[in-house]
Design a protein around this ligand. Sequence first.
Ligand code: ATP
Length: 305
Amino acid sequence: MENLLSTKDLCKKYGKHEILKNVNMDIPKGAIFGLVGRNGAGKTTLMRILTGLAEPTSGTYSIAGIKSNDKKILTVRRRMGSIIESPAIYRNLSAYDNVKLQYINLGMTSFESIPELLNLVELQDTGKKKAGKFSLGMRQRLGIAVALCGNPDILILDEPINGLDPQGIIQMREILLRINHEKHTTILISSHILEELSKLATHYAFIEKGEILQELSSSELMTKVRKASRLKTASTELLCPVFDREGIEYKVVDEENMDIYSDITASRIVSLANEAGTEVLSITENNESLEGYFMNLVSKKDGIS
Ligand code: ATP
């Protein structure tokens, strides 16, 4: 797949402090690329460089094949929309006027597509309400609408789900998926929560202390992370021999909990538990495995640094 954005040995120092160390990253065209790292890992610094807000100390990057040291990068960057840290919106203007102002800034003369854009970010019914009176989620969505003005090829979003409530997170996810699917916009999105990104990202880079630890596609990640169902039962001890006999893959967590890796229905688990003389108290998806995978990568890095 063709890469829309690539970095080559990108480094950033503030004084003696190395914030980014030889960052090499390739973002395929059409991807939703998740940049995952803990607080202070260097995500914002990397995004600031890619959007032109900061200069790298060394190394280069290219957008749509144009290198960062080429003058044409300024033109290419117009094909980029971003939200870095907080959305660039005017609090005393309505959603419509915020978007209209951005259209004007970009030299656009027709405002016909504004309602469609507001519809895309689910702000079509906000009327004259000023952005200052919006919820955080609404402000973030307005920021995305502003970033989408001019129909950019790539959206760069720094932790856009930070601080959102669960419903706001779901809404944001659906909007980003829609933007990617319908407008074919490539999206670079950062987060410290892999679990959340995993619901939309097609590719990932894991960053820790300014270094990319791993870059992989979502299908590669899924094969590395074993999906498990967490079973809570009255007695794992009674269940183990029955599971062994049936060739079911599992790991005992403690006396009451076990993770099941085999693809097996809940009703079969219940019937095997009955046979073993115990009962099933609950079966849930064990979502910790993704975060566990990330933390494992990070702790390996800690171990060698
Ligand atoms: P967070 O989610 O907390 O914003 P992050 O992954 O985005 O984390 P950055 O904001 O890029 O991380 O910061 C990476 C490191 O660089 C931090 O240790 C931060 O203190 C440092 N840093 C960032 N900007 C500057 C600056 N202008 N001068 C000096 N140090 C900086």
